[in-house]
Design a protein around this ligand. Structure first.
Ligand code: PCA
Length: 203
């Protein structure tokens, strides 16, 4: 059986929950389509996250990589089209603030997702879940992790699907975090991610 490395993030920016942590915890060890899921939880830390990501990749030696992140404020599941070579924006969980900083001096300006993003969006919609392609993963940790993985795959000339999917807030996060934003049930988020992962089957 093939292995799919599924990454999620710990909570960040003072939010009490990250729904992607719960998704990856719940799906760890499950079989989805042709893949067995191996989950990895990443820190929201510019220094530690890329190291943890690549260490897990070496250890697991997966046949596919899908990374998940919370996009608080979005109302749909959004596979990302591209990762860009920039770190910028809000402080990470260690308080580090970066401005206009490249991720990798030798890396390309950007890397396109190697997931079937159009098929994921279409399949999710056919199953009644709002979804659209996002053309920007931002410049924070999610973009950083997507860029790091795709750069590594390019450098090593690996032929495996890899990319990033942002998810909306969960109801629990809205209730506990006391912030107004669009939200989904945790169950729907998980179901939608399972459907997205099944799209890798014939890739
Ligand atoms: N979302 C953030 C980082 C961690 C997460 O879940 C982002 O979109 O960059």
């Amino acid at each position: 059986m093939k292995t799919l490395m599924l990454t999620g993030f710990e909570p960040f920016l003072g939010m009490p929950i990250n729904p992607t942590e719960r998704i990856v915890t719940s799906l760890d060890g499950e079989t989805i389509g042709a893949y067995q899921i191996k989950s990895v939880l990443l820190p929201v830390d510019f220094e530690k996250a890329p190291v943890a990501l690549l260490e897990a990749f070496q250890e697991i030696n997966p046949d596919a990589v899908v990374s998940l992140g919370l996009a608080a404020g979005r109302d749909a599941i959004t596979p990302e089209r591209i990762a860009i070579n920039i770190r910028d924006g809000a402080p990470d969980n260690s308080g580090v603030v970066l401005e206009d900083a490249p991720i990798n001096q030798e890396g390309q300006a950007g890397y396109f997702s190697k997931l079937p993003i159009r098929k994921i969006v279409n399949t999710l919609k056919q199953n009644g879940f709002p979804a659209n392609i996002s053309n920007s993963a931002g410049t924070y940790l999610c973009n950083n992790v997507m860029y790091t993985m795709l750069h590594h795959i390019e450098k090593e000339n690996l032929q495996i699907p890899a990319g990033f999917i942002h998810v909306p807030s969960s109801h629990d996060l809205v209730v506990e975090g006391k912030k107004r934003m669009p939200s989904w049930s945790q169950r729907d988020l998980e179901e939608a991610i399972k459907i997205a992962l099944q799209c890798l089957d014939e890739e």
